[in-house]
Design a protein around this ligand. Structure first.
Ligand code: SAH
Length: 247
């Protein structure tokens, strides 16, 4: 079973939102599991302290290498095949491709940073892979861990049915997803695009592809650049280049 272990000073934040909806149901049905371990259980002093002042001075506190290493060794001993992740704004940005890899594996062990971060020596000593969920700073790694686990769990077999099969979702093809519509046919003067109610599956597919390409080109030049390079290599035609008048 796919299993997530989280090391945190706020175990009460788990499962949090992952206890509800599809993820919660899937966990109740034994499709995956989650355990949060309190880092303070691995402290050795009376006050159960896990942090100390930064070497070299400066503001804030740093999670101690020795306490964190003990926790990691207890939760994920050496033979545990799961990747050991550390939430960190310095990490490699999380992508759908990495999420797919993680979901296809045995699970994850996630260390949640707090304060100014963690002692660098435990990152090296326990081979932690730093993962960021975006270029902004959270107050702790717990929300990042929830985000990462949510993205993985919805891809596990049986959790979402066909919806998350991935073929048509944002990023799966290097494109953002096309727009969706449902009833009513007319909403505040806006119609559902006629092609979508034409019953012509070929035209629907072509329209969706063109819309996905348009949205990606307009909103995510970074993804678009990668996409057109890939399509050019595969000799697949894409939308004509953006005109100056397109806004
Ligand atoms: N001093 C650090 C920020 C610490 S924020 C710096 O400037 O880089 C406290 C903790 O929140 C971090 O250790 C990390 O675990 C988590 N965190 C903050 N932003 C994050 C992000 N974008 N992605 C993943 N984890 C993040």
């Amino acid at each position: 079973m796919w299993r997530a272990d989280v090391i945190t000073i706020f175990p009460e934040m788990f499962p949090g939102p992952l206890g509800a909806s599809l993820a919660g149901k899937a966990r109740a049905n034994g499709l995956w599991d989650l355990a949060a371990t309190d880092l303070r259980d691995f402290a050795t002093d009376r006050h159960r302290s896990v942090d100390d002042t930064p070497a070299g001075g400066g503001p804030g506190m740093v999670l101690r290498a020795d306490v964190l290493a003990r926790a990691i060794d207890a939760i994920a001993p050496e033979h545990d095949a799961r990747p050991r992740l550390l939430t960190s704004p310095r990490g490699k940005p999380l992508t759908q491709a990495r999420v797919q890899e993680l979901a296809a594996g045995p699970g994850v062990v996630i260390v949640c940073g707090r304060f100014e971060g963690v002692d660098e020596r435990v990152i090296a000593g326990r081979n932690l892979e730093e993962v960021s969920i975006g270029d902004y700073v959270l107050s702790g790694g717990e929300l990042a861990a929830l985000v990462l686990i949510d993205a993985c769990v919805r891809l596990l077999p049986g959790v979402m049915g066909k919806q998350a099969s991935g073929a048509e979702e944002s990023f799966s093809d290097g494109l953002l997803e096309y727009p969706h519509y449902t009833r009513p046919q007319l909403f505040e003067g806006r119609d559902i695009p006629s092609v979508l109610v034409s019953g012509d599956h070929g035209r629907v597919a072509a329209w969706r592809r063109a819309e996905a390409e348009r949205l990606t080109r307009e909103r995510r030049p970074d993804l678009w650049a990668t996409y057109i390079t890939r399509m050019a290599d595969a000799q697949v035609p894409v939308l004509p280049p953006k005109k100056a008048t397109d806004g």
